[in-house]
Design a protein around this ligand. Sequence first.
Ligand code: NAG
Ligand code: NAG
Ligand code: NAG
Length: 345
Amino acid sequence: MTRVTKEAFGIVPGAGTVDKFRLESEGVTVEILTLGCIISALKTRDRNGRSEDIVLGFDTLEGYLTNPRYFGAVVGRVANRIANGKFTVDGKEYQLAINNGPNALHGGPTGFHQAIWNAEVLPNGVRLSLTSADGHEGYPGELQVSVTYMLEGDVLSLYYEACTNKTTPVNLTNHSYFNLAGQGTPDIYDHEISISADAYLPVESTMIPTGDVQPVKGTPFDLRSSVRIGDRLSQLPDRGFDHNFCLSSPEECRETPKYFSRVYHPGSGRVLNVATTQPGVQFYTSNFLDASIKGKGGAAYPKHSAFCLETQNWPDAVNKPHFPDALLRPGDDYGHTTWFQFSTA
Ligand SMILES: *[C@@H]1O[C@H](CO)[C@@H](O)[C@H](O)[C@H]1NC(C)=O
Ligand SMILES: *[C@@H]1O[C@H](CO)[C@@H](O)[C@H](O)[C@H]1NC(C)=O
Ligand SMILES: CC(=O)N[C@H]1CO[C@H](CO)[C@@H](O)[C@@H]1O
């Protein structure tokens, strides 16, 4: 049985009160803010039973209000980048706000990560919901969105739902930065990761996929067997991993998680397993952190001090006909689940 409690976290002037929900099972504690659906803390045990917070973030609301790196937040309407912020639906061209070089990133500057969501307590969890107005950030249609966080034993699940009254691109993800040694640990080089993906998407200089679906075989992107992250980073030409891995086509509304990725931290024994109904996962090694942000307990977060596994549709799918469909049409239900399982080895 999971204990669910609530407390006030702070006030956003002109917008309202931000609450913090705490979900506690025997081994796992998760804290979730109504601002941006942010996972503000996630405490799991190491192999000696010692609990540690394994996600990056801030101690105060002020930190999350700027949150330039989207720590812990749900991002949308469309996570990741859309080339030149442009797309066409039903013959009409839409222009989004440009906020990442020439591209639109993560739903725009006032995307879902900056909204205060409505909350409803459930057995073992909390459901957060939001209405995104027709035309918000340039996107068509009024979109009703909800994210349900459930903690059952050592498994945290996130269920994303959405419906719209005009055809619009949608793909939601959350964005937690993990360090299984405990947040504030300077790097993740000693973590070991596997991702069971046969292909990944190469990107051009502004990080938009080139359109190729490249087999991982014989490349540093072959993570089908477990590798030490530090060893693999040293084989990459650029700053690190920030790539979409293509997962085998998901069954609709899968009931039982099929874990595609395992991350292990030998020092603490912590293991994270991830499953999803989404077709892709962005593996990101926090290449753009630079220790300028002061996080929880005054920790600096340098480059490569965390990893993200952002389950998602393939980036820029709305402009790439051979990528999985990224449009939500009136009358359709968007529904995706991601599972995180915490254990030790
Ligand atoms: C969608 O809903 C919004 C808000 O209720 C409304 O203004 C808009 O006209 C609706 N659009 C369609 C196509 O129904
Ligand atoms: C969501 O949250 C989890 C746990 O905090 C994190 O590992 C993951 O990367 C996030 N992304 C998605 C898509 O659920
Ligand atoms: C709206 C919607 O569901 N968009 C897409 C997001 O990603 C999945 C996986 O490709 C697609 O099936 C969805 O159509």
